[in-house]
Design a protein around this ligand. Structure first.
Ligand code: XYH
Ligand code: MG
Length: 381
């Protein structure tokens, strides 16, 4: 089935999530936002979908690169786009590449009437989730103190989560970054939820080695399960040093560019105990499975970064499981159980036991509200 068109439909929706100057998400006033539906269309009418990217990169980079090629040849298409990234890095980011790759997986599943995780080679159909908080804030009643984190952790435990990851308070918040405040939040959560809840910390990303070591040692006293991204991930040697100093598993890289190549180097150098990757970091399901198989070959665990249908399908096809599904980002002010306006159902429904169930629908299994998208489409001027 040859690709005859790749389209990008931009549409508006109401959002209550805002970004701070560093790009971290927080609850905020309702405002107009846009989302993009990428559609891959083949010559026999079959289609595949994924949300993200933007009309310009689809029109000027993606479509010229893959139109006319066989939509089932995902490895050929992914390698071709990966090579195009070298001189299109400003537009063809790994996040955009991921959207195209996931649309191709969705295409295959819809064409064959199979969920993507079964095409990958199913291993399980549900995954334990951890509650992944938004970064801290200074909102009244928000995630603004150690006590607030403790209260929110109790609410997540009551919802059914068996694990809870703090993203703590960090710049541009006044008085941050503060290693002692990070530790105080972690201690308050541990004291509130007791010893049986699995806890992780994902703190400010640019501490120095001394600060990271201090936090890591305190987390060991609190029996935290992993310690994530405390320093700049471009300093691999700092992570090698930290990983050698700590008993608590160090997790990474999450945001360091370089796809499975970077993950391979981190494993060989012992820069972390648990590897990390998500469809947005490495360019889709295709490379995420390459990372999973790389980790399996080295006996290294890999935790998947971020939620969403693509990450969930990959998690359901891993022989060495990424242990958890990152469900979030959560905040006391936001109702995560409410699907996005363009979906009729959540991609990641969670039962009372804290397990997220992958869709049995074809492809990525997203229950897309095409009427909503049509009614809210941004007309090209
Ligand atoms: O730092 O705001 C951020 C990222 O968006 C972060 O929360 C990311 O999801 C993450 O670190 N997950 O583990
Ligand atoms: Mg992280």
């Amino acid at each position: 089935m040859n690709i005859v068109d790749v389209t990008a439909e931009l549409f508006t929706y109401k959002s209550k999530t805002v970004r701070d100057s560093e790009g971290h998400a927080h609850p905020g006033p309702e405002h107009d936002a846009t989302q993009c539906l990428v559609r891959i269309i083949a010559d026999e009418g079959a289609e595949g979908y994924c949300f993200g990217a933007n009309p310009s990169v689809v029109e000027h980079v993606i479509k010229p690169a893959i139109a006319g090629l066989d939509a089932f040849y995902r490895e050929e298409l992914w390698q071709r786009l990966r090579e195009w990234q070298r001189l299109h890095l400003g537009t063809l980011t790994d996040r955009v590449l991921g959207v195209v790759d996931m649309a191709l997986w969705d295409f295959a599943g819809r064409s064959l009437q199979q969920p993507v995780y079964t095409l990958l080679g199913a291993f399980r159909d549900k995954v334990p989730a951890y509650a992944s908080t938004m970064c801290g804030d200074d909102l009244e009643e928000g995630l603004n103190s150690p006590e607030a984190y403790a209260e929110f952790a109790l609410a997540c435990k009551a919802r059914g989560y068996k694990a809870f990851k703090l993203h703590t308070m960090m710049p541009p918040l006044p008085g941050t970054p503060d290693p002692k405040l990070d530790v105080a939040c972690c201690r308050a959560v541990r004291e509130a939820v007791g010893d049986d809840m699995v806890l992780m910390l994902d703190c400010y990303h640019y501490y120095n080695r001394e600060q990271a070591l201090y936090i890591g040692k305190e987390l060991e006293k609190l029996n935290f399960y992993w310690f994530e991204e405390p320093m700049a991930e471009h300093s691999t040697s700092s992570y090698v040093w930290l990983t050698q100093q700590l008993a608590i598993p160090v997790v990474g890289p999450e945001t360091a560019e370089g796809k499975m190549f970077t993950r391979a180097e981190w494993i060989v150098r012992g820069a972390s105990d648990i590897s990390r990757a998500g469809v947005g970091d490495v360019g889709g399901i295709t490379p995420l499975m390459k990372v999973a198989h790389l980790c399996e070959s080295f006996g290294v665990r890999m935790e998947v970064h971020g939620g969403g249908a693509g990450n969930l399908h990959a998690l359901c096809a891993m022989g060495i499981p990424g242990e958890y599904y990152e469900r979030g980002l959560l905040h006391p002010f936001l109702n995560y159980e409410q699907p996005s306006p363009w979906l009729n159902a959540l991609d990641d429904p969670m039962d009372d036991e804290g397990n997220v169930h992958v869709s049995q629908g074809p492809g990525l299994g997203q229950d897309i509200d095409f009427d909503y998208i049509r009614e809210h489409r941004v007309r090209p001027t």
